[in-house]
Design a protein around this ligand. Structure first.
Ligand code: CMP
Length: 136
């Protein structure tokens, strides 16, 4: 049975800065994802703090929000069967050092902060994150 889902993907400042936007989009498309919405934006630190609210008690929260708002990002809604899990598999582990061969973070990630892409970690969070960036 098919289970078409949507998930939020962000190409982070380190990847946009290195002109990897099109290469990363091709990887998503080649892996069967449809990019149903997309925009390139730069957000304020205060907006990043709302987006990453689940991490507000973590020691890296301040740095994380400063980083996401430090330059242009590409936010996308990706659609595919089991999109949330499939996107997490394709991105690889949060820390590029632990990411498997063939994953986006293994290929492009620089560090745990500059790990090139973000993806929603659950179907519920995907809805919240999509709504955050693409309020209709
Ligand atoms: P992301 O998937 O965007 O979700 C939260 C981000 O916090 C994560 O990717 C990392 O880039 C960043 N981060 C920084 N330090 C840590 C850490 N120690 N553990 C998990 N995530 C971290």
């Amino acid at each position: 049975m098919s289970n078409i889902e949507q998930t939020l993907s962000i190409i982070k400042p380190d990847a946009v800065e290195r002109n990897l936007e099109n290469e990363i989009k091709e990887i998503f498309k080649n892996n069967g994802f449809s990019i149903v919405k997309e925009k390139k934006i730069q957000i304020e630190k205060s907006e990043a703090e709302i987006f990453y609210k689940v991490h507000e008690t973590k020691p890296f929260f301040n740095e994380l929000c400063a980083y996401l708002s430090s330059g242009p990002i590409v936010v996308m809604v990706l659609e595919k069967d089991n999109a949330v899990l499939r996107n997490r598999e394709l991105m690889g582990a949060t820390n590029p050092k632990d990411a498997e061969e063939g994953t986006i973070r293994k290929k492009y990630g620089i560090s745990i902060d500059k790990n090139s892409v973000h993806g929603s970690d659950s179907v519920d969070n995907a809805k919240i994150e999509i709504n955050f960036f693409f309020k209709d």
